[in-house]
Design a protein around this ligand. Structure first.
Ligand code: ATP
Length: 366
């Protein structure tokens, strides 16, 4: 006889979640689920609803309809409101603003949630030492928040959040107040914390680089809706819409509007690709990665004449941005390349397009 062990419920299940503020819908029918130990990044432009979604996960906001379950237990729903309140859902929230108590020392701040959870004093002290050591801030134990740097305050805020060992960690743009170098350092640090605690993490950011480096799962939000959900590589390789294609990836992907002209798709009067890839459409958008477009003319390959805008050296190559009318195109040049703004450069399409989208932005070639 074969027995099948019942699969554990996902750590986070969001079902048809909607949040309205008056007439305005901030979160629309969000439906995502991730297994325990995942690092889920909610990414999207300002105002797309990611903080509202995180606040519902944290229990700070009630859904209008739909539901959220942690480990199979419904903690919020449209009918029930906030069923388990913020303190009772085994989740810790790290704010962008750190939100430390100014009148308490570092140790006092970390002790706070443990006191609320009624940890006995000895166990509490032991846990404080443990998290201080884990975050490398033992020397700051007796300092007040005003006596430590922003980066150190961030570490204290994280130490305070992980101290009660929550099984879910929620981060609301935690790195946005740090300088560029510290951001990169803290990014690795947060990933170390994620691995060491084993907590399922949900991380809100508008920075696609953070999403791509940290996530096991990414939800790209646009206008309150999940535009696409998947692994970072999946989203990069198989974007379903032009919104996702143009939001993710470094350098940004190029989207060229083209028209069917006999058996070719042409941009202006330059034939770029065979018309067959457009299916029945007469106007489509072609996605080319920067590395699919070279700077300089090459025999037998289609080329556009563009006006040089800027150049940035990256890993032994140069990322060149040039304008064709109002369209910015990013291409790669070998070695170091520079030109004067407005100078004419040839952009050569050395490969076929990576993806084809309708004029409205939906993928058509999968
Ligand atoms: N309490 C509220 N009352 C009314 N509208 C709200 C409220 N909270 C958020 N909104 C609106 O909901 C939309 C989504 O806001 P939200 O803060 O979730 O976006 P976001 O993606 O996190 O943006 P940002 O990156 O700028 O923080 C915005 O248009 C915002 O104005």
């Amino acid at each position: 006889m074969t027995t099948h062990a019942a699969a554990a419920p996902d750590a986070i299940q969001i079902r048809q979640l909607v949040k309205r503020f008056g007439d305005f819908t901030a979160v629309r029918n969000v439906d995502i689920s991730v297994p325990a130990g995942s690092f889920l990044v909610l990414v999207g432009p300002s105002g797309c609803g990611k903080s509202t979604l995180l606040r519902m996960l944290a229990g700070l906001e009630a859904p209008t309809s739909g539901s959220i379950a942690f480990g199979g237990r419904t903690i919020s729903s449209g009918e029930g409101g906030v069923i388990a309140d913020a303190g009772a859902r085994d989740a810790g929230l790290v704010f962008q603003s750190y939100a430390l108590w100014p009148h308490m020392t570092v140790a006092g701040n970390i002790a706070w949630p443990l006191k609320v959870a009624r940890w006995p004093k000895e166990k509490r002290e032991q846990r404080i030492d443990e998290v201080l050591a884990f975050l490398g801030i033992g020397a700051l134990r007796e300092r007040y928040p005003a006596e430590i740097s922003g980066g150190q305050q961030q570490r204290v805020a994280i130490a305070r959040t992980i101290a009660p060992k929550p099984s879910i960690l929620l981060f609301d743009e935690p790195l946005s107040n740090l300088d560029a170098k510290l951001r990169i350092e803290m990014r690795s640090e947060l990933m170390r914390i994620h691995r060491a605690t084993g907590a399922t993490s949900v991380y809100v950011t508008h920075d696609q680089v953070e999403a791509m480096t940290m996530a096991t799962h990414v939800a790209v939000l646009n206008n309150g809706r999940v535009e696409q959900f998947g692994s970072p590589i999946d989203l990069l390789r198989h974007p379903r819409t032009t919104f996702v294609a143009s939001f993710l990836g470094t350098p940004p992907a190029n989207l060229l509007p083209v028209k069917r002209n006999a058996d070719m798709l042409t941009f202006g009067d330059v034939p770029l690709a065979p018309a067959g890839i457009a299916g029945a459409q007469t106007e489509v958008q072609l996605l080319y990665r920067a590395q699919d477009i070279a700077v300089g003319a090459l025999n037998g390959k289609p080329k556009l004449v563009a006006k040089f805008a800027e150049a940035a050296p990256i890993a032994g190559q140069t990322m060149v941005t040039a304008m064709v009318g109002d369209l910015r195109i990013t291409a790669m040049a070998d070695g170091y390349f520079t030109a004067s703004p407005g100078e004419t450069v040839d952009l050569t399409f050395i490969r076929t397009p990576d993806a084809v989208f309708t004029a409205a932005g939906e993928r058509i070639d999968q």
